[in-house]
Design a protein around this ligand. Structure first.
Ligand SMILES: Nc1nc2c(ncn2[C@@H]2O[C@H](COP(=O)(O)OP(=O)(O)O)[C@@H](O)[C@H]2O)c(=O)[nH]1
Ligand SMILES: [Mg+2]
Ligand SMILES: [Zn+2]
Length: 283
């Protein structure tokens, strides 16, 4: 545990932590009592209570995260835009801010980068082109991290650990997706760790996600996770419009005139159908 002044304490819980059913996760805020007495016990403490959690992420578990840095490689591996869309919806569901970080900018030409920029017109999140290798965008990213607790998400091999090392070389995080894969079946640490930035803010590195499903989400609530749709979804002819095929749909109209990014709308359609199919399966 880290006190508000920054000193670290090794803590035990007093009995069972009833607020959280006994569990303690990365990012939890607690009230603890520094151990009294002997000087060698100076850095020990006892956790009295866990404060209410603002949000919770599963796989890897982390709580009280303010913002997601979604790292998507421009090449090697090719960008999985739908996975990016899924993670952004997940961030919205957990009331986290999100930033899209397009990494490995050194591997694409200026023309390819411009093409990606065009594709991201009317994208509702800040987009930063970065290169952990060359340093592009790293300063910009640091500025977005100040004062927040941010989780680095995105597929394995995207460059999350490399970017964190570029931001703060002392992190010395292990880089390389290939060795990650070899280590997976063995005793590799798969838990997330909260890292403190000298420039302010905290970050959580994650091993990456491959298959992610929406949890506790009904199809009719999906549009609420697309911030750019919110100004239009109340203006559709039907109050319960799914925005897929109904006449008089203000959302589709906004897509057709370029006010909503087309790729984002395609993600919405795909996720909506997925949620409907899943619901039908369990009927
Ligand atoms: N060319 C290039 N390679 C990168 C960049 N960032 C990461 N890599 C490489 O991509 C691989 C995966 O990086 P890593 O940080 O382990 O990805 P993670 O799984 O998302 O943490 C490693 O071989 C890195 O050296 C970058 O900006 N440019
Ligand atoms: Mg990594
Ligand atoms: Zn509609």
């Amino acid at each position: 545990m880290r006190a508000s002044g920054g000193e670290q304490f090794l803590c035990r819980a007093r009995g069972r932590l009833k607020q959280t059913g006994g569990s303690l996760l990365v990012g939890d805020r607690v009230i603890f009592q520094p151990a009294a007495g002997a000087a060698d016990k100076k850095c020990e403490g006892i956790i009295e209570a866990v404060l209410p959690r603002k949000n919770i992420l599963h796989r890897p578990p982390a709580v009280n995260v303010d913002q997601m840095i979604l790292v998507t490689p421009l090449r090697d591996p090719a960008p999985d835009w739908q996975l990016a869309g899924r993670l952004l919806a997940l961030a919205e569901q957990q009331q986290m801010k999100a930033i899209l970080c397009l990494n490995k900018a050194d591997l694409v030409t200026a023309a390819e980068q411009a093409e990606t920029k065009r594709m991201l017109e009317a994208f509702p999140y800040p987009c930063i082109f970065t290169s952990a290798l060359r340093g592009d965008g790293v300063q910009d990213l640091i500025e977005h991290l100040g004062g927040h607790c941010s989780i680095f998400a995105g597929p394995s091999g995207a460059g999350k650990s490399s970017l964190l090392n570029a931001i703060h070389p002392d992190f010395s995080l292990k880089v390389g997706s290939v060795s990650d894969k070899i280590g997976r079946g063995r005793h590799t640490t798969r838990t997330a760790e909260l890292l403190v930035l000298p420039s302010g803010g905290m970050v959580v590195d994650t091993p990456g996600f491959s298959r992610l499903e929406f949890v506790d989400l009904e199809p009719q609530h999906l549009a609420g996770l697309f911030p750019e749709m919110r100004p239009y979804s109340g203006r559709c002819a039907f109050r319960d419009c799914s925005h897929l095929s109904e006449p008089g749909c203000a959302v589709r109209e906004a897509v057709s005139v370029g006010k909503i990014n087309r790729m984002r709308f395609e993600h919405y359609q795909a996720f909506f159908n997925e949620l409907m199919n899943r619901r039908d399966q369990y009927r």
